[in-house]
Every structure is written in structure tokens, then in C-alpha cells.
Design a protein around this ligand. Structure first.
Ligand SMILES: Cc1ncc(COP(=O)(O)O)c(C=O)c1O
Length: 369
């Protein structure tokens, strides 16, 4: 029999599949628990539940399920263009922003070429890079965050993409406007900078830059964003990129004809009108972040300061047994050993009651261990 693993492209052979957060139903089955009693803080999802405006938009769309969606996403692109102060031909829609990352890699990477990204950066960057046979150039992190000068130094003649996440997942680290500007100024103009802003809506104020402010000046910049986090549409899979029209045209050539479904398109349009939901998401996140930080302080634990909707907690010991102990308590968080962080656990900010459940369970598990 032929070895179809050995026959796979060599970059693919070396990949491990993406590991998602453990689903609630899976844990409920394994431990014979009531799913309603389980708290899942493992996938940086929005704890608010879907916005009523979004539910209504989806309900209105259901009658058209036999039709293909608008493959050009005209309405959503128009609304995003207005919101983001760009032209509609600068917007690319994706089946989640994950799709955008894949499109970029498919369009610009190939065997013999490479992408530069940081240690402890989002797990999808190596996947999309190696999946097309390109080389991943991983740059050591600095204080858990991106070391932008070292990333610049890692760029060579074969580099086509640099992936930077601001804030980064799973660390929550960020860089300021000055650092971004210096980086963009020094990256060669033929290297595409993919600035992944999946969590930008949480990171209002302070010193976190808005990537859109740099699009006009740097034609090699692409900003990717998502409706999965602060807008609460993770299940529907819708994200987008803002770039020069030329890059948008290139991505449009490689995408699936109907990569964003009609319910997602309608939901995203509605979500953009629901500023109350976004404000509530932010408010809840700020409150929960304080709650988790205070809880960690009381437990004598460290953490990595975060601008996302999650916090990486430093347990000061191997985290795997604590993760298992939390599962026994019906609390699912995210181990990050696969990100090179075996002593941390990443916890998504939940509702205040969920955060309290987590802290209580953590205290119990740590006391036992
Ligand atoms: C940094 C970062 N980028 C992109 C994504 C992809 O999200 P989605 O495909 O749901 O838009 C995630 C999801 O967790 C993320 O953490």
C-alpha cells in the first residue's frame, strides 16, 4: 500500500493539526456532567451570546437558503469600507480571518520562499506557511511579545510575508504606534506585512495603534480583522482584510467563489450596526480582566499583561496537571505548551460568574496539587 503521509508535500508532513479548545459536549460526555454546568474559557469566544440584531438578520435570511450567497459580499464590503475609511475594492472578505491568512499564504508563498513570524504567535501562521511548502522563520520572542527589530533582521531575499499580531494570541502582548511605524518604515517594500488585529476592538485607548492609520502610507500592509471576537460571531466564520486594491485583487483570485455564507454576511452587516453590543463586550472584558488579575494576585500567581479577551497565567510549574484538574472541576481553559509555554494556561475572559467559577476551581486545584 502506498504511504500517503510520505507522499504529502514535505511541509505538510511536518505539520501538526491545529488543536482547538475542548468542546463542552466532549467534556460532558467524558465526565458524565451536565453541559450547562461546564464553563468553557478556552477559545477566546465572546461570553455575551448573540446580539438580538444579529439573530433577527439571520432569521430574515433563512428564506433564501437555497440561493448561493453574494460572492462579492457587496453590502458588507460597502459597510466595512465606510467604517474603515477605505474604498470597497480594498476589502477582502474571509471565512473567518483564518481564511484571510490562508489566502495570503496561497497567493504569496511557495517552496523556496519564507514567512517570518514570532515565537509564541498564533498557531495558524506556521500552518498556512508550511501548507504551501514555504519555510517558517520563527523569531525568538522578547518578554513573550514580538521582537520587531529581530523580526526585521530575519527578513531575507526570500521573505514574502511577515505575520505580526497586535495584540498577539496566546500571549496578549502588544506593541505601540512608534514601534509599528518604525517596523513598517524598515520592512522592504516588497515584503507583505500581515498585521493581524483579531482582538483590536478590545484594545481601545492606551498605546495600541490602529493599523488602518498606516494603510495609505504603506502599500505593503494588510490588516486582518474578525467578527469572531468582540462582535460575537465565531460560529458563523466571517473576517476581513484591508489592503491596497492590488493585494485585494490578488486575494480575490485565489479565494473560493462563495467563501462567506449568506447568514454570516447578513449577521456581520447587522453586527456593525449594534454599537451597544460592542460597548458591552468591551465593558465586560475590562471588568473580567480586572477580576482575573485580582484573582491571580490573591493566589500569588503571575500573568502576562494582555490587551485581548484572554489572560495567560503563569503557574510557575508545569501547567498540564492543573489543566486536567480544572477539567475535573468542569472548567475548560487552554493549555499553551504547544506554543512553547508549558507553565502557562490561557484563560478567556468570561461572564463575571464564569470568571469566579474558574478562580474558585483554580484555587481548589492548586491547593490539591
Ligand atoms: C490572532 C488571531 N488571528 C486570527 C484568528 C482567527 O479567527 P477567526 O478565523 O475566527 O476570524 C484568531 C482566532 O483565535 C486569532 O487569535
Amino acid at each position: 500500500m502506498s504511504d500517503f503521509l510520505a507522499l504529502a508535500q514535505s511541509g505538510v508532513q511536518q505539520l501538526s493539526p491545529y488543536v482547538p479548545g475542548k468542546p463542552v459536549d466532549e467534556l460532558a460526555r467524558e465526565l458524565n456532567l451536565d453541559p450547562a454546568s461546564i464553563v468553557k474559557l478556552a477559545s477566546n469566544e465572546n461570553p455575551l451570546g448573540a446580539s438580538p440584531k444579529v439573530r433577527e438578520a439571520i432569521a430574515n435570511e433563512l428564506a433564501e437558503l437555497t440561493r448561493y450567497p453574494d460572492g462579492n459580499g457587496f453590502e458588507l464590503k460597502a459597510r466595512l469600507a465606510e467604517r474603515c475609511r477605505v474604498q470597497a475594492n480594498q476589502v477582502t472578505l474571509g471565512n473567518g480571518s483564518n481564511d484571510i491568512l490562508e489566502l495570503v499564504a496561497r497567493a504569496y508563498l511557495a517552496p523556496g520562499l519564507n514567512a517570518v513570524f514570532s515565537e509564541h504567535a498564533f498557531a495558524v501562521y506556521p500552518i498556512v506557511t508550511q501548507a504551501v511548502g514555504a519555510q517558517a522563520r520563527v523569531v525568538a520572542a522578547k518578554e513573550w511579545g514580538h521582537d520587531l527589530p529581530a523580526m526585521l533582521a530575519a527578513i531575507d531575499a526570500n521573505t514574502r510575508i511577515v505575520f505580526v499580531a497586535n495584540p498577539n494570541n496566546p500571549t496578549g502582548t502588544w506593541f505601540n504606534a512608534q514601534a509599528l511605524q518604525a517596523f513598517l518604515r524598515d520592512v522592504p517594500s516588497d515584503v507583505l506585512v500581515v498585521l493581524d488585529e483579531a482582538y483590536i476592538e478590545y484594545a481601545t485607548g492606551g498605546d495600541l495603534p490602529d493599523g488602518l492609520d498606516y494603510l495609505a502610507e504603506f502599500p505593503n500592509l494588510l490588516v486582518s480583522r474578525t467578527f469572531s471576537k468582540a462582535y460575537g460571531l465565531a460560529a458563523l466564520r466571517v473576517g476581513y482584510a484591508l489592503s491596497s486594491p492590488v493585494i485585494a485583487d490578488v486575494l480575490n483570485r485565489v479565494r473560493q467563489p462563495f467563501n462567506v455564507n449568506s447568514l454570516a454576511l447578513a449577521a456581520a452587516c447587522a453586527a456593525l450596526t449594534d454599537s451597544d453590543y460592542l460597548a458591552k463586550s468591551r465593558e465586560l472584558n475590562e471588568f473580567g480582566m480586572q477580576q482575573l488579575e485580582n484573582g491571580c494576585r490573591e493566589l500569588g500567581l503571575g500573568w502576562i499583561p494582555s490587551k485581548g479577551n484572554f489572560l495567560c497565567i503563569d503557574l510557575g510549574r508545569v501547567a498540564a496537571p492543573v489543566f486536567q484538574g480544572l477539567l475535573q472541576e468542569g472548567v475548560i481553559v487552554r493549555p499553551v505548551a504547544n506554543y512553547g509555554m508549558p507553565q502557562h494556561l490561557r484563560v478567556t475572559i468570561g461572564l463575571p460568574t464564569e470568571n469566579a467559577r474558574f478562580l474558585e476551581a483554580l484555587s481548589k486545584v492548586l491547593a490539591r496539587a
